[in-house]
Ligand binder design. Structure first.
Ligand code: NAD
Ligand code: TYD
Length: 354
């Protein structure tokens, strides 16, 4: 039995993990720690709010005294660390926020774990990371567990720094840890600033769908439920000190993803010609060309494989956003409107450089 902390549990992936844990491990106390930034939303936890084994704490993970007080009250034996600033475009506008949470927050938690877990082997620090730490692949390439780190955006640099700190604490202090590096997630409850939910809400609102450059960049997509099942299986059966590359062997160009969404949307709603909403805009600075994952062989050994096909996952995601307009309308606060105007205002007015 573990006493669990999920940091960032009110965000997209975190809330799916919390729901899974509350449902599948009812004997484990589950504590969600979340600062409730623009990306964190208590509505994401509505399903587990009344569950006797779930507890929510609003806290900034980089605030050492606050996290220490929580540790005194509810000492964990397993920390799933997901709290992060997670959007690459925002990291280009405001890198310091990414340094604060992704680096400072991780080191704060590691410091407490080092002091409080001294010599214990029945505990685990689980760093939930991204394939973006490996940088950009040439056409046809794949990341493997042994790929060198080569982060190129402020977001991926901050996640890479955090991963290095986790390994350094493992090496120097003997802290039991695992790290997972996953590809691009999609599914319900994803904040509508990332490619797939942004495309879906623009389809619903019949607004232009911004595609950077010519849409030829490749991302490796996985349904969020497949990802969080992998996290639980790795925590229970994975090798300590190991790195797990989590992917569903599903690399696609952005244009392919957006076109498929347009097609599925038209099938589901009877709308026609959604493809005409696709609008090529000025590229993201430093835009990584390709991410593609060769999943860790050990994942199959511990019994994990992806279960949701891309087309089925996208269809279900579209249906969820169509059925929950109140969710995505309410999370797009005033703060989001300011970000949207800063990032897309000029982009949508200017054609992309050829
Ligand atoms: P998200 O932006 O949806 O959620 C992040 C959560 O962290 C929010 O609830 C936010 O309120 C919280 N948070 C932010 N700063 C905090 C702070 N200082 N203290 C406490 N809480 C804070 O992100 P996500 O997409 O769910 O990603 C979760 C984790 O998974 C991140 O670590 C991310 O790097 C990693 N990851 C994401 C993807 C992806 O495709 N989304 C892929 C691989 C890895
Ligand atoms: P995103 O969802 O932001 O994830 P990440 O940058 O972490 O991979 O973007 C996925 C891909 O989609 C990426 O290549 C950038 C591209 N993209 C667009 O073309 N238009 C958009 O409006 C957004 C948000 C992303």
């Amino acid at each position: 039995m573990y006493r669990v902390w999920v940091t960032g549990g009110a965000g997209f992936i975190g809330s799916h993990l919390v729901r899974l844990l509350v449902r599948e491990r009812p004997e484990w106390p589950i504590h969600t720690l979340d600062a409730l930034t623009y990306a964190g939303n208590l509505a994401n936890l509505a399903e587990v709010w009344e569950a006797p084994n779930h507890h929510f704490h609003r806290v900034d993970v980089a605030d050492l005294p606050a996290v220490e007080a929580l540790w005194e009250a509810h000492p964990p034996s397993l920390i799933f660390h997901l709290a992060a600033e997670s959007h690459v475009d925002r990291s280009i506008l405001s890198p310091l926020d990414f340094f604060h949470t992704n680096v400072g927050g991780t080191v704060t938690l590691l410091e407490l774990a080092r002091q409080r877990w001294q010599g214990r082997q029945d505990v685990l620090f689980f760093q939930v990371s991204t394939d973006e730490v490996y940088g950009s692949l040439p056409e046809g390439g794949f990341f493997t567990e042994g790929s060198p780190y080569d982060p190129r955006s402020p977001y991926s640099a901050s996640k890479a720094a955090a991963d290095h700190f986790v390994r350094a604490y493992g090496h120097t202090y003997g802290l039991p840890f695992v790290i997972s590096n996953c590809g691009n997630n999609y599914g319900p409850y994803q904040f509508p600033e990332k490619l797939i939910p942004l495309t879906i809400v623009h389809l619903i609102e019949r607004r232009p769908i911004p595609v950077y450059g010519r849409g030829q960049n490749v991302r490796d997509w996985i349904h969020v439920e497949d990802h969080v099942r992998a996290l639980l299986m790795i925590a229970e059966k994975g090798r300590r000190g190991h790195t797990y590359l989590v992917g569903a062997r599903n690399p696609r160009t952005n244009l392919e993803v957006v076109s498929l969404l347009c097609q599925l949307y038209d099938e589901l709603t009877g709308q026609q010609d959604s493809q005409r909403l696709i609008t090529f805009v000025q590229d993201r600075p430093g835009h990584d060309l390709r991410y593609a994952i060769e999943p860790s062989p050990h994942l199959a050994d511990i019994g994990w494989q992806p279960q949701v096909s891309f087309e089925e996952g996208l269809r279900r995601t579209l249906q969820w956003y169509l059925a929950h307009p109140e969710w995505w309308q309410s999370v797009r606060s005033g703060q989001y409107q300011t970000y949207y105007e800063r990032w897309y205002g000029e982009r949508l007015k200017q054609p992309p450089a050829s």
